[in-house]
Design a protein around this ligand. Structure first.
Ligand code: SAH
Length: 467
């Protein structure tokens, strides 16, 4: 280890920056963020520094550098364009044992700046020891996505409760377990959602419950898993499935996504196959409530978005009735996913100014749709669950005034490696589909935008052309 990472309290410390350009201005921002009192020494200031000076945020010494200028400072940075001046600054600072950084001159530095992930009071710093600042920054970007912005809120919360928890749980091991569970589950999620007070309330409740018998009510997360490609999960969905105690999932959730679920989480299949529901809806509602009541962190994982033909509303009704805390995490719905991966924009300035999502689900052999409202020019129609009733759907659309040659496409297993697009018109799509072995799930898109598929298709190469 060539450098020791330490966290230095800069608050109210006198810092000197030699140089008046853009780089100096960036460094002054960093130092000020950490509470440093910044003096800039330079014959001239750039506009940004001048503005800071005018607003009284920095102090300006209008002069050229001389070695005795470093005296009295706790930290010195050289950011001039002249190597010679930078060398003088470095030498003078070292002589007085003041930590010094010379921008882009590793050999003149006694300390270097890391790439910073600021979730104050949590701070993570990454350094490549000067070997590759770009690599350090790339790593920081990865960490940025892993550490939600709300981590700071969570840390503040922990700080607020620290003493109380210590009093309640004298045993260090019990305390560690309490925090491990409190900082990962529903309380953390509330903090990440910016609801600090609600999180505090939950923590309060959890603490009282822990006091007596150690049990607490869990929480349900209704999570959209997207259309299939695991890369289309939201960061939040990924985090939740990696922290869940139980995952109740549908048939539409792909095995690749189930592979990302925490290994020792319980996985319950809730089915949802056409006409073959593994668990009836009211049983699912009950199950979610009971699991949460037993203190579990439950993820209800659904294909696409939970609020688009996902019965999400019904599932949370029971939770609301029983005052079980829950959160809803949106997902990429099949329409967005399939459209993007099939190269069919759902709206387009020339072809479609609106877009309707409908279900083609058959009830007693019929489709209950208000056809006349759907037959609108310049509108894209996306039909979920439309495979069984495809023939009927196309016929009704034509009967209600759609041109028979209106482009239409059926997308099978969209966004997955098995994706296939069958394109045709309202008149011939049912025929094309009947000649092909089609695998669920499938989505139907109707409208002029389907024409663009030929031009814009980019994903995979197993595109099946009509005819
Ligand atoms: N909540 C889901 C929809 C559930 S209804 C969402 O927002 O996407 C189930 C229907 O969604 C299927 O019958 C099919 O029409 C569509 N669907 C879901 N995933 C799909 C996929 N990967 N490819 C094609 N259609 C899909």
């Amino acid at each position: 280890m060539d450098y020791l990472p330490i966290f230095y309290r800069l608050s109210e410390q006198a810092c000197l920056i030699v140089g008046g350009g853009e780089v100096a201005s960036r460094k002054s921002a960093t130092l000020r963020q950490a509470g440093g009192r910044v003096t800039v020494l330079a014959p001239k200031l750039c506009d940004a520094l001048r503005a800071l000076k005018d607003e009284g945020h920095i102090h300006w010494l209008e002069k050229r550098f001389e070695p005795e200028d470093v005296e009295g400072y706790n930290l010195v940075i050289a950011a001039t364009a002249e190597r010679e001046v930078n060398e003088q600054v470095s030498k003078a600072a070292r002589k007085h044992h003041i930590p010094v950084n010379v921008v882009d001159c590793l050999d003149l530095c006694s300390f270097i700046f890391p790439a910073i992930i600021d979730r104050s009071p949590i701070i993570a710093a990454v350094s490549s020891g000067g070997a590759s600042p770009v690599l350090a920054r790339l790593l920081r970007m990865r960490l940025e996505t892993l550490i939600p912005p709300g981590y700071g809120v969570l840390a503040r919360l922990a700080e607020r409760f620290r003493e109380r928890v210590k009093k309640t749980l004298a045993d260090g091991e019990l305390r560690r377990r309490f925090w491990e569970s409190a900082l990962q589950g529903d309380i953390a999620e509330l903090a990440f959602a910016g609801k600090e007070e609600e999180a505090a309330l939950n923590l309060e409740r959890r603490l009282s419950a822990t006091d007596s018998n150690g049990t607490h009510t869990g929480m349900v997360f209704l999570v959209g898993a997207g259309p299939g490609d695991p890369d289309l999960l939201t960061l939040r969905a990924l985090r939740l499935i990696q922290e869940a105690d139980v995952v109740v999932y549908d048939r539409l959730v792909s095995p690749e996504i189930m592979n990302l679920v925490r290994r020792d989480a319980e996985k319950i299949y809730a089915g949802k196959q056409r006409s073959l529901h593994a668990l009836p809806q009211d049983r699912i509602n009950r199950l979610l409530a009971d699991l949460a009541k037993s203190g579990k962190r439950v993820v209800r994982l659904k294909g696409g978005d939970p609020f688009i033909f996902g019965r999400g509303g019904e599932e949370i009704e029971t939770l609301m009735e029983e005052s079980i805390p829950f959160q809803i995490v949106p997902g990429i719905t099949a329409a967005s996913g399939c459209a993007a991966y099939a190269g069919i924009p759902l709206t387009h300035r020339d072809y479609a100014q609106s877009c309707a999502f409908v279900t083609g689900h058959l009830k007693d052999g019929a489709i209950a749709l208000d056809w006349s409202r759907l037959v609108v020019p310049h509108q894209t129609l996306v039909i979920y669950m439309g495979l069984q009733g495809l023939e009927q759907i196309c016929a009704e659309l034509i009967r209600h005034g759609c041109p028979a040659d209106l482009p239409a496409a059926l997308i099978q297993q969209g966004t997955t490696p098995q994706q296939r697009v069958l394109a045709g018109t309202l008149a011939d799509l049912p025929e094309i589909v009947s000649r092909t072995e089609v695998r669920a799930p499938t989505l139907v898109i109707v409208g002029q935008v389907v024409r663009l598929h030929e031009k814009l298709a980019w994903f995979g190469n197993e595109l099946t052309k009509p005819g």
